[in-house]
Ligand binder design. Structure first.
Ligand code: C5P
Length: 232
């Protein structure tokens, strides 16, 4: 299975569909997030699922269990392959979300966000949490696993400890991937696609190195090739 999901951070449906078709032969799926969903809604997501494109719907739900379960049920009904919630919503919320998703579609993977990577150790005391961030990530990822979730979103440098702690089957979905020579943009701690897979990643979320390339189809092909995957 091709592990590369291309992040389409846009509100423009036509642009997103055109780009998706160009990169399609060399990718595993597409990630649509809050920017796209707030502008285009469920109909925008269906434009992709109707074309048979696997979608990671990255909306990071965080609310009371009943509300999150309802939102997760609606996401699973859209036929997305991956969706997500905040682990900080707690165990009851995660279990309710898992039951809702699996009740609609057992194949939809439900994963958790642990700590936003925009938070550093210095932010934690203000939130009533004890640093370091890495301990919080490990604790929340273990809780997500105990609640029956399929995996977590994590940064590249968290892959190895999480893989060690959580075993071979837990999904580790990793953004912040940069092939050699690609611009960092606003990402700070990055890793190459091959290095991330070798460290134990399950899914790579890659945006601008593909979407911002002069030839996105070629950029996607090059990444697939670096992973030893031939185009469809
Ligand atoms: O363009 P780039 O490859 O940096 O895109 C990465 C994608 O992953 C974006 O959609 C970004 O919002 C998302 N993401 C991230 N870091 C996180 C969580 C999500 O870059 N910790």
């Amino acid at each position: 299975m091709n592990p590369v999901y291309v992040a389409l951070d846009t509100t423009d449906l036509d642009y997103a569909l055109q780009l998706a078709e160009r990169v399609r032969p060399s990718i595993g799926g597409l990630k649509l997030g809050l920017e796209f969903f707030t502008a285009r809604g469920a109909e925008g997501v269906r434009a992709f699922t109707d074309r048979g494109l696997p979608i990671f719907l990255d909306l990071k739900f965080h609310d009371i269990p009943n509300t999150v379960a309802g939102a997760c049920r609606a996401a699973a009904q859209l036929g997305v392959s991956i969706t997500n919630i905040h682990a900080q919503g707690g165990a009851a919320m995660m279990r309710a979300a898992r039951d809702a998703v699996k009740g609609v579609n057992p194949a939809t993977r439900l994963i958790a966000v642990t700590m936003l990577t925009s938070l550093g150790d210095e932010d934690l005391p203000g939130l009533g949490l004890m640093p370091p961030v890495s301990d919080q990530v490990l604790r929340l990822a273990s809780l997500a696993q105990q609640c029956g979730l399929d995996g977590v979103v994590c940064s590249a440098h968290e892959i190895e400890p999480l893989r060690r702690e959580l075993g071979p089957d837990f999904l580790l979905v990793v953004p912040g991937i940069r092939p050699a020579g690609a611009a960092l943009g606003d990402q700070r701690r990055v890793m190459g696609p091959k290095e991330a897979m070798d460290a134990g990643a399950s899914v790579l979320v890659i945006g601008r190195p593909i979407t911002g390339a002069a030839d996105p189809a070629q950029a996607a092909r090059d990444i697939a090739q670096s992973l030893g995957i031939s185009a469809n």
